[in-house]
Each structure stands twice: as C-alpha cells, then as structure tokens.
Write a protein that binds this ligand. Structure first.
Ligand SMILES: *Cc1c(COP(=O)(O)O)cnc(C)c1O
Length: 227
C-alpha cells in the first residue's frame, strides 16, 4: 500500500518534470489504467490521491464503478467500443475516449442520462493508418467532431490515439507530432477542446514533449499485467 503511494508519486513527479520541460507546468493529467486490476488495487491508488481511472472493457469497468461507488472517481473508457455496448458505457462512464465512428455518436448521445453532466468525448484517431486498428482516419476527424459537438448530451474534449510502439523514437515522435497538429486545428474550431490523450508507460515523456495533456499509464503504476 505504502509502496503504491510511492510509485504514484514517482510517476506524478516524472510527468510534472516532462511538463515543465515542455513549458506547460501543471498541464498534464494522469489517467491510471486499471484494466485487469482488482477493485482493491484501484481503491488503494484512490486512497493515495488518484481520481481518474481508465478501463478497456465496458463490463469490467462497470463492475469496478459499482464496487467503488462510495469513492468519487472519474472513469474513462479507453478500449474499443462495440455499438451494442454504447448505451451502457454512456450511462456509467464519465469519459469515452474511443469514439471513432458516427454510429457511436448517436448511440452515446441518446443514452446519456439527463441527470448527469454531458459525457466527455475524445475522438480516437488511427494516425498512422494501420490496417485493422481502431480509430478513424485523420481526414474523418472534422466530420466526427462536428457530430459530437452538435450532440446535446456529449461534450467534445479532443483526441486520443495509440500510435504503434516503433522501436525508433523518431517515428513515435512523428506520430505524436501529427496528432498535435490535428488537435490544434480541432481546437481552433471547437472551443471546448482541451485534451490530447497520448502516451503510455513506455513513452509518456516523449508524448508530453509533443503536446499530450493526458497520459494513460498502467504498467508503470501497477506493475506488469498478468494477461
Ligand atoms: C493498456 C492501455 C494503456 C496502458 O498501457 P501501459 O503500457 O500499461 O501503461 C493505455 N492506453 C490504452 C488504450 C490501453 O489499452
């Protein structure tokens, strides 16, 4: 427990160091990726002060949201979202980072409960155009963003991506940089856009250097995943 708090503080400190180097002190938030971890691990990290958690699967996330309802946590869906799970996700999560097609926009908007604030939405971009991967094409971002911004129960907050973990850091940097350019043109048209979700345990410092405002970190906080 004690060591989890120490690990969290170490990660927060290296995020802040990278943010300072990028000239954006306080400009980067940590999303703790809790997929495959038991609710008790989330509770321990919450006790150490972490509020925002990310899950890949709707059902697994829901189980933790319910088990930890006594804590005031912020839940992000970061995994691929099937259309038939969109309503469930919209009812229970605070953010959905994996919106990559129009069909999801309508389903999320329709299902968001009136008593909750609008659902925060990031558009997932397949920035390198890899076949078989989630995320829309960069050229589809404006239309998708327009649909999200026009939906009464959704709030467009920015972009998310999972670039290939190229061994060559310069190729990773190029992908992050391309995302930053997309984000800047999106923000010029949509004033609520303030979030660029990129960077994981292996490359978050590089992502922050290139403009990330939210980094999604699992392994560096909780250790290696069993599955
Ligand atoms: C698992 C996952 C992460 C966290 O990856 P780590 O390497 O464990 O930090 C971040 N983003 C997404 C979309 C993931 O699926």
């Amino acid at each position: 427990m004690e060591s989890l708090a120490r690990t969290l503080n170490g990660v927060l400190q290296s995020i802040e160091n990278a943010a300072l180097l990028a000239g954006r002190p306080g400009g980067v938030r940590l999303l703790a990726v809790s997929k495959t971890r038991p609710p008790e691990a989330v509770r321990a990290l919450a006790r150490a002060g972490q509020r925002a958690f990310g899950e890949n699967y709707v059902q697994e996330g829901l189980a933790k949201i319910r088990a930890l309802a006594d804590l005031d946590l912020e839940w992000h869906l970061i995994g691929h979202l099937q259309s038939n799970k969109a309503a469930l996700a919209s009812r229970h999560f605070d953010w959905v980072q994996s919106v990559d097609r129009l069909k999801l926009v309508a389903a999320l908007d329709r299902a968001r409960p009136p008593e909750r604030p609008p659902l925060n939405v990031l558009i997932q971009v397949n920035v390198e155009g890899e076949a078989g991967k989630s995320g829309c094409r960069p050229e589809d971002v404006p239309a998708l963003a327009g649909a999200v911004a026009a939906a009464a129960r959704l709030r467009l907050r920015g972009l998310m991506a999972i670039p290939e973990p190229h061994p060559d850091p310069e190729r990773r940097r190029a992908a992050f940089r391309a995302l930053r350019r997309l984000q800047d043109s999106l923000a010029a048209r949509h004033p609520d856009v303030d979030t660029l979700s990129m960077g994981m345990s292996d490359d978050y410092a590089l992502a922050i250097a290139e403009g990330a405002t939210l980094v999604r970190i699992g392994t560096a906080l909780f250790g290696p995943r069993g599955r």
